[in-house]
Design a protein around this ligand. Structure first.
Ligand SMILES: O=C(O)C(=O)C[C@]1(C(=O)O)C=C[C@@H](O)C=C1
Length: 445
């Protein structure tokens, strides 16, 4: 039997990111596979590490065989390759890592002191910031700024998309109350800022109760290798705002983030003005203030009105008073999944075409009484269309999709481990995006 050390886990984690592997290199975490506390599944698993230093994309990195209770699969000489292009064995390996690491992690909860703890979601206590000189506001990062060296300091730096006053900034403060919120021009810049160690975390919107999913972030989750370490829900309360002295009857145009415009469809239709989408709500308010536009209003937060010196013409203009946006907290490393509080797990997978395959995929959760909270499908860019010649009457064409699912269980829960073990019997690719505490706090703005 191979001795599995925490160091080996950390190395495996770094060579196969995105799998839920738990990092750690402390000697106290050293465990032998003969340790009975690790349980039957751990005892049945063996891992061999092959020169981690020499690993690069496409290399053979590990051999493993793993038994997850109701499913057994061997993986040997599995290449580490791009999930979009990978075969079934790479998918199996990734999920084996995720399942295995979760089982290992669940035995470690009390011993882990040095690793990051599960983030606690706090209620937003103080969003009121005195009006500041516009010139002193931090400039959003753009992709070209990303060559900057990271700053060192003890305060957690959290990237968000937009400028100060954006809802995403409020979400970052709700997720990490004492953080330094770092504005970024685009979602992609926020992902890259974390990957390049310019910031420690990113907080990005993923779905809204009125506008639906933020597809761009679903796509970026797969393209980048960050882990979901938490979620935060924010009540979004929109205001219509303009320069002081401007009346609603003076307005010819309303500018805002496209999601915010969609969330206020009803009010804006009644106004009968043209609508223009910009990068973020607070950016719209800043744009009006900076250009002295007297025929234009913005849809943004009350805090944005305060920062940019605009007057609120109408308050609570969203179509539904319960307008909530869910944000994801992203980090370079996963957190250790736990079972002592409500957890959610997010996964992405692909399936072969065939009758009832999606039904079978969803059944792995239903069979184990696991509640699904979200399902989203996105076209697979590398393989958008598959042509199958399986009849005498011509060719059939199918779109290929990636399925994103959130379910209510921790990866430390054997039901989740077995469900994913079952799913990978027919999934062509499977990646665990994160297992993280559910935000169960009331949705305060
Ligand atoms: O523009 C902002 O203020 C944002 O934080 C972005 C965003 C979004 O992308 O959905 C966030 C929350 C609201 O749903 C509207 C806009």
């Amino acid at each position: 039997m191979v001795e599995v050390t925490a160091r080996a886990m950390a190395m495996l984690h770094s060579c196969i990111p995105g799998t839920g592997w738990v990092p750690g290199d402390k000697p106290s975490l050293r465990k032998s596979s003969s340790d009975p506390s690790l349980g039957k599944d751990f005892m049945n698993s063996s891992f061999t590490l092959i020169k981690q230093k020499e690993l690069k994309k496409g290399d053979v990195c590990c051999r493993a065989s793993y038994n997850a209770g109701d499913v057994t699969w061997p993986t040997s000489g599995t290449p580490y390759s791009d999930p979009n292009a990978s075969g079934n064995r790479a998918a199996q390996w990734q999920s084996s890592c995720a399942v295995f690491s979760s089982q290992w992690a669940s035995t470690q909860l009390e011993e882990e002191k040095g690793l990051e703890d599960v983030p606690t979601i706090h209620e937003n206590t103080d969003l009121e910031v005195p009006a500041r000189d516009l010139l002193t506001l931090p400039k959003p990062l753009s992709v070209t700024d990303l060559a900057l060296q990271p700053r060192h300091g003890s305060q957690l730096r959290v990237a968000y998309q937009g400028v100060p006053g954006a809802y995403s900034e409020a979400a970052a403060s709700k997720a990490y109350p004492k953080c330094e919120a770092v504005p970024c021009e685009q979602f992609d810049a926020a992902f890259q800022a974390v990957e390049l160690w310019l910031v420690d975390r990113a907080v990005l919107p993923i779905e809204n109760s009125l506008g639906g999913s933020i597809h761009r972030n679903y796509d970026l989750l797969l393209r980048h290798r960050l882990h979901i370490v938490g979620e935060v829900q924010l009540a979004v309360h929109h205001c219509l705002m303009a320069l002081p002295g401007v009346l609603t009857s003076d307005l010819k145009r309303v500018v805002s983030h496209q999601q915010a415009l969609a969330q206020c469809e009803h009010t804006l239709s009644k106004l009968g003005v043209t609508r223009e989408a910009v990068d973020d709500t607070a950016g719209a308010a800043q744009f009006i203030a900076a250009n002295g536009l007297r025929d234009t209003a913005a849809v943004a937060s009350a805090r944005a009105a305060e920062i940019y010196g605009l007057n609120i013409l109408a308050d609570g203009i969203q179509d539904d008073s319960d307008n909530v946006t869910r944000f994801l907290m992203l980090a370079r490393e996963p957190i250790i999944p736990r079972i002592d509080r409500p957890f959610k797990t997010s996964i992405v997978f692909t399936l072969e075409e065939g009758p009832g395959v999606l039904f079978k995929a969803l059944a792995v959760f239903a069979l184990r009484d696991i509640n699904l909270t979200k399902i989203e499908s996105r076209p697979q860019r590398k393989r958008p269309l598959r042509v199958v010649d399986d009849s005498n009457n011509g060719t059939a064409k199918y779109f290929d999709y990636l399925f994103y699912i959130d379910f209510e269980a921790s990866m430390a829960d054997p039901r989740a481990q077995n469900a994913l073990g079952h799913l990978q019997e027919f999934a062509t690719f499977l990646r665990v995006l994160g297992s993280y505490p559910m935000d169960i706090t009331p949705c305060q703005p």
